[in-house]
Structure formats: structure tokens, C-alpha cells
Design a protein around this ligand. Sequence first.
Ligand code: PEP
Ligand code: MG
Length: 546
Amino acid sequence: MIKFKGKGVYGAVAIGRISVFNRQEAQVRRIHITDPEFEKNRIKEAEAIAIRQLKQIHEKALKEVGETNAQIFEIHMMMIEDDDYNESIVNIIENQLVNAEYAVALTSDNFAKMFRSMDDAYMQARADDVRDISNRIISCLSDSVITEGSVHDDAVICADDLAPSETVSLDKEKVIAFVTAYGSQNSHTAILARNMNIAAVIGVGGKFLESVRNGDIVAVDGYTGEVFVNPDSDVLDRLKAKKWEDHEKKALLQKLRGKENITLDGRKVNIYANIGGIDSIGSVLLNDAGGIGLFRSEFLYLENSDYPTEEQQFTVYKRVLESMGGKKVIIRTLDIGADKQVDYFNLDKEENPALGYRAIRICIDRPEIFAVQLKALYRASVYGNLGIMFPMITSVSELNKILEICGNVKNDLKSHGVDYSDEVEIGIMIETPAAAIISDRLAPMVDFFSVGTNDLIQYTLACDRQNPRVEEFCDTHHEAVLRLIEMSAVNAHKNGAWIGICGELAADTELTETFLRIGIDELSVSPGYILKLRDTVRNIDLSKNK
Ligand code: PEP
Ligand code: MG
């Protein structure tokens, strides 16, 4: 047995088997070979596996996102079978006497360059596809690499760290825990684990990956941050018992389903759920959320290999709204950049990405992309109770531009006789100090504020949320942060707007009473925290002086 200690970021216990996450674009080594026939056969086998994987993905996509959007996987299958592509791989193996992986990587580079140099935008975009299929073939050549199809049941994903674009590709049905060597509490991987209600431990250290192998038994305690690889029977028994207790505790909380979120002295608060996609809806309903306070729509973009179309987005938004049966659903517009990188946006690498070209800045700059999302949202609005929320706001002029684009989109829909609801609430995230400080100016322009504490804390305290080195300076209860939230609440209410919190701090029960006293109207948390928060609210008495 080997024990590792990191930081638990979601309280749950899991016992499963290790799946080491090897990055698909892992360095491919050039190896001199003597048997080209052997390498050519390896290619054939790997391509057959890749095609089988793509068929499965295609079928899944057909059901989930419709025929038009599923087409890309058919294109990928055709590209794998393309004669020129295969001829190039075989030539490289035969002429240079190199391994199959290298031949695929070199072919990928050459073809991607060729596609990029073409005038036609459609052909240029194929460069990403050729890279995608080549990575898939390379991963099929190496059996230790996890791809969407190859995660085994009860998988504990172990990685150095995971980017949001990587986590979205995992088969979430099979993943029961995450363990990462590095990473920080507020990274999107940690947030995703919370959204999925699965045990997660980060920062177990660089030695961890050297010490584990695929298939090893592992026990993860997301409460204490302990990870036991090949646990002995004592540890295993102890953690099985803890897992059972945990299950019982969570089952007890289920008794609060259907009860109000009301303090002992009668103050009500809305408790909503944060989600990253439609697959969380089951958990949202199971945990009796009053609505969805944050749908991180960028995950739709991260999951795709090209810009999601209006139709594709409309289908997802409509389904979320319908599933919530008239309860409030707040969809945040695209928030990419910083750690959420989407290849096909072709964003430049930046020195300080968190302070860089991201979120609403990109949307205002590229209204053709923004308008597609807004059209899909407004069209879906007739199927439920929609709120649209904009991230990373820093100024009044920015908000004016956004409202103008929304007006244009609505006019366009109207002129084409397309219905949309007039009841859509418009809100902004308060996640920059600037937005909080000018909240008196912003509040009259919107229906609601939602405080994004993950970013508000990093910008207020100058602590990169991705950097574990500065976590000790990241005091989540810092007076400066609380004052900014209070200032925003006062200004929201003065102007007839409501205010919620959708950052991770909303789930911190040590602050629930403070938030209620500040006047927060809504708390939006990962689905697994809803009932615990309800329990906390029901035991608070605001009539007592603090
Ligand atoms: C936040 O910043 O608090 C937030 C909710 O948004 P994200 O974590 O996606 O940046
Ligand atoms: Mg944010």
C-alpha cells in the first residue's frame, strides 16, 4: 500500500481502479525500426479501433445533438480511411524506417499545414480535424492512453492536472473519482468533480504518477484528501465503512426534499444548482434544486470540435428549460479563455490569460459567434423560465454593447416571425472588483446580479485561482471580498434587482448566515450541496443579534 496526501475538493469516498490519464498530444518519439510490415499492421489495427470508437461516439451524438452535429464524426471516419492520408503514413514508415506513432504525427503536421494554407475557410478548419483523428490513432497505438471509449468502469482518473477540455471528453458514467498531482481548489476540474458529486483530491504531488499503474486498486477519501494505492485490508474496511456512513448521511438529507429553504424566523432564500451540461439534470432534480443558477454554456463549446451551431445550442437549451418545468434556468453566455481553451477559436497564447482576452471580451469582439448563441437562447426562451447572464463584466459601456446586440438579435427574430419570450431576465456576473464598485451604475440596467466568487476572489486578492502556490493568500472569507458582495447587494436592491451568488463560496456554510444578513436572495451551488445548504438555512435565526 502507498499513501498520498493532497487536498480534498469534494467530500465523498470512492474505491475503484486507477485510470492514468495520458494526454493525447503526448510527445511522440521518433524510433528507428527494422520491420516496417509490423508497423503498418499496427496502423491498420489502430485505425480499426479508432473507427469503432468513432462509430460509438457518432451514435451517441446522433441521440444527444442531432444528425447535423453528429456528422463531424462521419467526416472523421472518412478522413481515417482517406487514401492520401494513409499513403503518407506508409511512405514515412517505409522510407524513414520509423515507428507508426511518428509517421502519424508527421503526416498530421504536414496535412494540417496544407489545410491551413488553403483560402477556403471550410478547408482551413479541417486542419483541426486532421490533428484530432491523428491524435486518436496515436492514442489507439498506445494501450495505456485513456480516450472517451477506453475508461473502464469504476475509474479513478489520475492525472498531473486536467484542463476543462480534457475533463469533458471523459465518460462520466464510468468515472467515480479524480486524483491529480497538481491543481488548485478553484480550478474547473475541482468544480467539475463537485458538479458530478464524485470524490476528488488534488495536489498529491509529482511522485504520485510515477507510483501508480492502470488497474491498481485505489481508495480515495475526498474529505481528508487521502489517497491509498493498493490499500491493505484495514484501510479498505475503514473506507468502505466511511463510504457507507457517507451514503447514509446523504440519504438522510434526502428527507429535506420538498421542504422550503426558510430560516427559523421566516426568511426565504432560493437555492439553485450550478451545471456544466445537460447530463447533470438528473442530479439537479434528485437534489431538489429550485432552479439552475448557473449553466456554464462554454462546456458546449469545449465538447465540440467546431463552433456549435444555433440549432445544436437551441436543442440543448430547450431540453434544459423543459426538464426544469418552469423553474428558473440561468444560462451564462460563453465564458472561454484563461484555463478554458477551445482550439478552434485559435486564441493567442497570453502571458496573463486570466487578465486577458476572455469571456465577454471575445463575444463583443466577435458578434457573429455571440449572436448565434443569443439567437439559440431567445428561441429556446419560450420553453421555460430563462435568465441570460453575462460573464466578466467590467464597465457600463460593455453592458450597453451587450444589450444592443441582444436588441438586434430579438429584432432579427421578430422580423423572421420567430417567437421568443418577453419575460427573459437579463443578469450579469459580479466577478470583477470593477463590477462590484460600479454596481450602482450597472444595477438599473439589469434584472439580477450573480456573484462569481471564484473570479472575484482571484481578482480582488491578486491570487491566480489556477496556482496552488498562492492558495494560502487566497482567504475566501477576506473582508474585502465580503464588502464587495455587500456593496453589490445594496445597489442591486436599491434598483429593484435581485442578487445571487454562484461561485463556490455559495456552498460555504460558514458564510450562509452572513450572506443572508447581507441580503443575498439566491445561492447557486453544485447539486450535491443543495440539501446540506437547505439544512443550514433552516437552522439559522436572523432575528437573533450576531
Ligand atoms: C466564478 O467566477 O465564480 C464563476 C462562477 O465562474 P467560473 O468559475 O466558471 O469562472
Ligand atoms: Mg468566473
